[in-house]
Design a protein. Structure first.
Length: 378
């Protein structure tokens, strides 16, 4: 039986180099060893991977150059392993970006989740082109594991990475296959519900997923409509809402309205919780424009992510998250899980907390002002 193998590309310099400690590091033999080891990996006696390195590829047509071929392989690969030593690689002109820089950027843009960087001992590379490459890595890849010190470390890191990748691909693939099952099981039962019942079911699943992350219960002061989630030793108040149809359907969208307008009713100075942050579960897909329409204006920070859309108003420090394809309880829980995975991987968890503190100061000021006006009117 033919097996459609997982395509792995090894990106990085091909030649041996001298490290900053004046030691020689062999890349040429390492890349060939990696290709051989990865290609030999089997599952139940079947070869699992195809590993691509450019130095053993046959000659290509004259219409294609090395850049075309390498970037094409980056986009075709299911997994890109970047062997990073700080050297940006070959370029046509002195002020161009290097081929290694171009491969990494293409991989990030075409699929950040499949890009894995293995740090090697840094080379002596210090040209302006190399510095641009190093700045990209520092900016875009906040965590890449412990730097390898020798060939054995590199091979071990790559093997461990591929083991983790295969399990993640299997889980992600299983999740995608659920889309074919929306006409069955609980997804079908949710589709049969009216808007009010479906909205309640979606919100309950979202709140349960939030509460169980910390082993916490819902906030009883708010009739169970919010959960206090611990982030970096502090608590953030998360409200759950739901759009029980496509976000483009006005009648479903209006059931959520603009919940952040009521934030001043939910936090006070004597409560140590911050926020609120609003999570909006969407039964189907959602877009950046739909997110800004909920906010009321387009000038905001909007990020499309693996779980949906994350939006921040930089002035009022409003934060809300739209979770896409919450078709049943499992897909809703998985969307919440992916949200917090992203917060940890991107480093945004600290920013969420900082904005939540700012939002609390803003809404408590609004609350005090309204209370003082009420006293005057009386």
């Amino acid at each position: 039986m033919a097996v459609d193998r997982i395509r792995v590309m090894i990106s990085g310099r091909c030649k041996d180099y001298t490290t900053g400690d004046n030691n020689d590091f062999s890349l040429a033999s390492l890349r060939r060893d990696l290709q051989s080891k990865i290609g030999a990996a089997e599952l139940f006696g079947k070869q699992l991977f195809d590993c691509w390195i450019n130095e053993i590829e046959p000659s290509k047509a004259a219409t294609r150059d090395v850049w075309d071929e390498c970037l094409r392989e980056v986009r075709r690969a299911h997994v890109v392993i970047v062997l990073y030593n700080g050297d940006a690689g070959w370029a046509r002109e002195a002020n161009d970006i290097g081929i290694c820089h171009a491969e990494l950027e293409a991989s990030l843009l075409s699929g950040r989740d499949r890009t894995h960087l293995i740090q090697l001992p840094p080379s002596k590379a210090c040209s302006q082109r190399d510095k641009r490459f190093q700045e990209l890595v520092q900016r875009e890849l906040t965590f890449s594991g412990t730097p390898a010190q020798n060939e054995t470390d590199v091979i071990e890191n790559v093997v461990n990475t591929l083991v983790e990748v295969v399990t993640r691909l299997a889980r992600s693939g299983a999740t995608l296959l659920r889309k074919e099952s929306y006409a069955l099981g609980q997804a079908l039962e949710w589709s049969k519900m009216d808007y009010a019942s479906r909205k309640h079911a979606m919100e309950s699943a979202c709140l349960d997923a939030l509460a169980e992350r910390q082993g916490r219960t819902r906030d009883k002061k708010l009739d169970g409509s919010a959960v206090r989630v611990k982030i970096d030793r502090s608590e953030v108040l998360f409200f759950a809402h739901a759009i029980p149809a496509a976000a483009s359907v006005a009648a479903a969208r209006e059931l959520v309205g603009k919940p952040f307008l009521m934030d001043h009713l939910h936090v006070a100075d004597d409560d140590r919780v911050y926020g609120p942050v609003h999570i909006i579960a969407c039964q189907k897909s959602t877009t950046e424009k739909q997110a800004t329409d909920l906010l009321g204006f387009a000038d905001a920070t909007v990020v499309t992510t693996m779980f949906g859309v994350y939006l921040v108003d930089r002035i009022q420090q409003i934060q809300f998250i739209l979770l896409a394809n919450c078709r049943d309880e499992t897909s809703t829980r998985f969307a919440v899980q992916r949200l917090f995975d992203w917060l940890g991987r991107s480093g945004e968890a600290d920013e969420v907390m900082r904005r939540a503190r700012s939002r609390k100061r803003i809404v408590t000021t609004i609350r005090k002002e309204l209370e003082s006006r009420s006293d005057i009117d009386q």
